[in-house]
Design a protein around this ligand. Sequence first.
Ligand SMILES: Cc1cc2nc3c(=O)[nH]c(=O)nc-3n(C[C@H](O)[C@H](O)[C@H](O)COP(=O)(O)OP(=O)(O)OC[C@H]3O[C@@H](n4cnc5c(N)ncnc54)[C@H](O)[C@@H]3O)c2cc1C
Length: 384
Amino acid sequence: MEFRLNEIQQIVQDTAREIATKEITKYVDEIEKTHSVPEALMKTIADAGIPGIPFAEAYGGVDAGYIAMSCAYEEIAKVCPSVSVSLLVCISFLEAVKNYGNEEQIKKYVPAGIRGEFRGSLAFTEPGTGSDPKQITTTAKKEGEYYILNGTKRFITNAAYSGPILLFARDSETQSITAFVFDKLGEGYSTSTPWDVVGMRGSAIYDVFLDNVKVHESGILGKPGEGFPVLLGTVAHSKVALCATFVGTMATSYALAVKYAKEKMHRDKPISKFPSIQLKIAQIAAKLESARLLTRKLSEESDDHSRIEHMKAWVGMVKAFVSDVAVETNLLAMNVLGAYGVTEEYKVERFLRDALIAPHIEGVSDLQRVIAGSYILGSDDALV
Ligand SMILES: Cc1cc2nc3c(=O)[nH]c(=O)nc-3n(C[C@H](O)[C@H](O)[C@H](O)COP(=O)(O)OP(=O)(O)OC[C@H]3O[C@@H](n4cnc5c(N)ncnc54)[C@H](O)[C@@H]3O)c2cc1C
């Protein structure tokens, strides 16, 4: 892995930074208040080519790889992490179709998704399980060429927007998990009102109620009963995107803390001269850079789908690490700002609230470490 970005990655990072600072920034207050990323903004992001960054030119993508994609998530999250989460779910859906779908499914979804024509969703969490998807209870009953889906999915991003959903259900006969792709908002599909959450408020999450939703067998991604590897592989990609997003929260709080420390005066000198402030800034800087480097390493692995088995263990522990340091560093940055840190005006408050989501999304941190630890101890495949 190169530690410096190559020319294409640099162009992508600059483009994403420009979109974030010139366009996304205009919408931040609206996004936070309405719990929604406006359609016009998603279109602007798509027109800039961002959803297509990791996909081949044949699908309308940019073919710039996952390090470039991570840079884009980070730049977007530096301004509004909720936009990054809404977007990463759309892109993870496309990634799943590209990796596990047949040609017809790829042609149907990937180019249109890259053009930003819909907001995809992923649904594995249920009221009874999140980190441990083997416990999924949503049922799929085969009737002729169709499957009839019943159950409830919980905390689903983008669930109330039109577009496709990748949803995991248990076959009533074989008891194995199958991955289904179908359009949201059709007959039998309904959602709750959005959940009120501490952070990532702009990327609303909903319960999804499936009441005899009919899905044609052509909507199966991969093979019937072989949905579990699809789930793990898809979530592995999506965790990398989440890491990049939380690195974005850390980067902004760090920049805000440094700026404040240089401007705030005590006893005729800036507080940046106090060792207590210097200690905090140094801790944030080291953790931010470690999280960024680990995320980029995993991003490089994401480019090679044949490495997915190796990546699955890495991704859990890296996501747990990044989640921990995202919370710690945003809190440290808040402390640098004293009482101003807890006001909305100084913005660190919003980035800390967004970072608080990190250990609770796509598998809680402890379980990620347990899975990674058991993989390391039970495998001959050294991770380093
Ligand atoms: C902002 C946001 C967006 C989200 N978007 C989506 C989405 O788009 N799609 C989706 O499907 N989900 C989504 N989720 C849900 C999220 O991924 C799950 O909530 C997460 O995986 C945690 O699951 P859980 O809440 O059921 O917690 P649990 O998995 O029940 O964990 C609760 C506690 O029990 C412990 N625990 C659980 N299982 C075990 C075990 N086997 N052994 C030992 N300890 C265990 C854990 O360590 C934890 O401390 C989202 C959540 C949020 C907050």
